[in-house]
Design a protein around this ligand. Sequence first.
Ligand SMILES: NC(=O)C1=CN([C@@H]2O[C@H](COP(=O)(O)OP(=O)(O)OC[C@H]3O[C@@H](n4cnc5c(N)ncnc54)[C@H](O)[C@@H]3O)[C@@H](O)[C@H]2O)[C@@H](O)CC1
Ligand SMILES: Nc1ncnc2c1ncn2[C@@H]1O[C@H](COP(=O)(O)OP(=O)(O)O)[C@@H](O)[C@H]1O
Ligand SMILES: [Mg+2]
Length: 274
Amino acid sequence: MTLLTEQILYKVIKKRPNQSHKGTYGRILIIGGTQQFGGAVIMNAIAAVHSGAGLVTVATDAANFTAIHSHLPEAMVVDFNDDLTPYIQTNDVILIGSGLGDRVDLVQTTFSAVSEKQVIIIDGSALTLSAEHHLTWPKGKLILTPHQMEWQRISGIAIAQQPSDALNLMARDKFIKKPVIVLKQFHTQIYTDNGIYELSIGGPYQATGGMGDTLAGIIAGFTAQFNVTTLSDTVLAAVYTHSAIADELAKTQYVTLPTQISQALPIFMKKYAN
Ligand SMILES: NC(=O)C1=CN([C@@H]2O[C@H](COP(=O)(O)OP(=O)(O)OC[C@H]3O[C@@H](n4cnc5c(N)ncnc54)[C@H](O)[C@@H]3O)[C@@H](O)[C@H]2O)[C@@H](O)CC1
Ligand SMILES: Nc1ncnc2c1ncn2[C@@H]1O[C@H](COP(=O)(O)OP(=O)(O)O)[C@@H](O)[C@H]1O
Ligand SMILES: [Mg+2]
């Protein structure tokens, strides 16, 4: 197990070239947010935009459109009951699952439409639905972001057994195409092709609904724009950034809200861009 340090940020976060435009920084499609859980995709999208994604589209229940536009005019919207195939095909990064409720049909459509070269981040309800319905994982570069209960559902490993790296690795090895797995908890672990990493920062001031939705949005934003290193490094940098900002806020705050973490992203990232 390798301890994740601030060095990963210098490796991944880069100064932007002048000769660039929004297309350079990636197109993200976020799929999620039933009427009840519209907040989840709003938090995904705020995090993705504030971390620097070029273009963000949210495929969601139409009931969430006004709220999305009022929180984040930078984001575009599409009704997730329309045919999403053209949207899936024209985005670089797909983030599916935050607040997706029981919409297994959307998970199935998305999994079949994603191609090898796209990044797909699977979060929240899409993880639970994949486990419940024994879905085949999609082609594409897979990033899974389960918390311990979601990982138990996917892997069959009880939370009490999850401190065993060996068991978690065995579960990862069963995937045909091995994913980057962000196993979220106090001191999150990240399973990658280059080994297992552990986060030694972050704390209980982060235990608010939406904290994982925000992390998924940052991972999407980072993978959409930082192609300088490996996908694993980019995910590691996103995970580190999320908790490093929380730690900074926690110096003066009892709790650190997900949306506050997103608001702090542009200033935080500036320190590492060289
Ligand atoms: N404002 C919103 O719209 C929100 C929507 N959310 C969405 O709600 C859906 C359900 O997700 P939930 O995670 O709430 O529900 P789940 O039922 O998937 O998991 C929560 C359960 O897991 C247990 N658990 C054990 N270890 C845990 C760990 N390390 N971290 C987190 N939980 C752990 C909790 O005690 C709880 O009983 C997801 O799609 C999620 O994205 C949540 O993000 C909350 C906020
Ligand atoms: N006690 C804690 N210490 C450190 N990080 C925590 C703690 N509690 C929660 N977190 C972090 O908050 C996030 C919660 O993710 P998740 O449970 O998916 O949230 P949600 O689905 O509500 O958005 C994870 O990144 C997790 O590591
Ligand atoms: Mg979650």
